[in-house]
Design a protein around this ligand. Structure first.
Ligand code: ZN
Length: 169
């Protein structure tokens, strides 16, 4: 279709010049797909921005959890066990949806030679892996199972030593 000139009679048959009649309407119609595409792109960008924000928030949360979790390890290694226990219990309160609090509390109990309490914590850790198996690999569970077996053996050994001391001491 040949383009209508601005001063040509309007193709709608009104008898007016095109520029005084349908020119603006036609131009808007021509632009409509581009505008719609622009709106779609903007919506997509807003979507991506929202996803990115969500991802960054999750990342920040994970980093905060890691930092808090590592802080407990540092306290245990420094022998500051009361502070470590406090920090581990705070992990449990702040991040109840992950295993880390029980993992760290178990470390504190181990450092205090509270073998059965430590084993109980690690059983809780394993419960988490059962609830969210996709978040863990098999080696993770095995390593905790191994630690539980060792801890129970240590507890039995320690109790026997105490009994022997009482009997022969
Ligand atoms: Zn017209």
């Amino acid at each position: 279709m040949p383009k209508t000139g601005r001063n040509d009679p309007c193709p709608c048959g009104s008898g007016k010049k095109y520029k005084h009649c349908c020119l603006e309407k036609d131009r808007a119609a021509d632009l409509a797909p581009a505008i719609a595409q622009g709106v779609r792109l903007q919506a997509q960008q807003a979507d991506h921005a929202a996803q990115r924000k969500e991802y960054e928030a999750a990342l920040q949360q994970a980093q905060a959890l890691d930092a808090a979790s590592n802080a407990v390890v540092d306290l245990v290694h420094a022998g500051r066990l009361d502070e470590a226990e406090h920090a581990a219990r705070e992990l449990l309160v702040r991040y109840p949806e992950v295993h880390d609090g029980y993992d760290r509390l178990g470390m504190v109990h181990e450092a205090r030679a509270q073998f059965r309490d430590a084993a109980d914590c690690y059983r809780k850790v394993i419960e988490f892996t059962r609830a969210n198996p996709e978040d863990y690999d098999a080696g993770f569970v095995d390593s905790f199972l191994e630690r539980i077996v060792k801890l129970e053996a240590c507890a039995t050994e320690a109790e026997r030593a105490v009994n022997d001391a009482n009997r022969f001491g």
